[in-house]
Write a protein that binds this ligand. Structure first.
Ligand SMILES: C[S@@+](CC[C@H](N)C(=O)[O-])C[C@H]1O[C@@H](n2cnc3c(N)ncnc32)[C@H](O)[C@@H]1O
Length: 179
């Protein structure tokens, strides 16, 4: 029967999609951090505290479906650039950004270790602690003077003198560093 053939193909395509999605999830675990999304209430508070200025280049490392990036662009009028390794999340983010009629926002399917961060005014990341430590070396080398780095939950060791504030988030903290 023709509908059985179609059903088999649909199931096959879904399984294939899920397999690729799982592959990306595993890859993210090894290259930066797994997918854990920031809740909207936290996003608002975190961005309010950042003192963002219109036109600033806001880069998010591991932007997932762009909920933080989209809020920053929509409510604070920054230019948003998000790097994300997971192709599916990026497309979801692009669709959402389109539905929100957001301009000045770019989602890039790319490993952020290969990204050029030298133009960023603000960098936001919610990644593993050792990932933040390795990124610190890059921020030190190539980050702009006055670069603002926002690290959710994990502090950057060795940057104690650059910490301008930290705000509570439940049992955790959000850290703000000025280079
Ligand atoms: C903990 S989640 C944070 C999501 C989002 N930034 C937030 O705060 O809601 C980490 C994200 O980083 C992505 N990621 C991990 N390693 C990456 C890499 N090397 N390059 C690009 N994205 C990466 C993961 O796929 C995941 O979406």
């Amino acid at each position: 029967m023709w509908w059985k053939v179609i059903a088999e193909w649909v199931i096959l395509i879904i399984q294939f999609g899920l397999a690729i999605f799982m592959f990306y999830m595993m890859a993210a675990f090894y290259t930066g951090a797994p997918l854990v999304l920031t809740r909207r209430k936290i996003i608002k508070k975190m961005l309010d505290e950042a003192g963002l200025k219109p036109g600033q280049l806001f880069i998010e490392l591991g932007c997932a479906e762009g909920r933080v990036l989209r809020t920053a662009v929509k409510d604070y009028h920054v230019r948003g650039m998000g790097y994300e390794i997971n192709f599916f999340l990026v497309w979801w983010g692009r669709i959402m950004a389109g539905l929100q009629h957001l301009k000045n926002i770019r989602f890039i399917v790319k490993n952020f270790w290969k990204a050029d961060l030298s133009g960023a005014d603000v960098i936001y990341a919610y990644l593993f602690p050792d990932t933040m430590q390795k990124l610190k070396v890059i921020f030190d080398k190539t980050g702009k003077k006055n670069l603002l780095v926002i690290s959710r939950v994990f502090e950057i060791k060795g940057w104690e003198n650059k910490l301008i504030k930290k705000i509570p988030e439940g049992d955790d903290w959000i850290y703000y560093y000025r280079k």
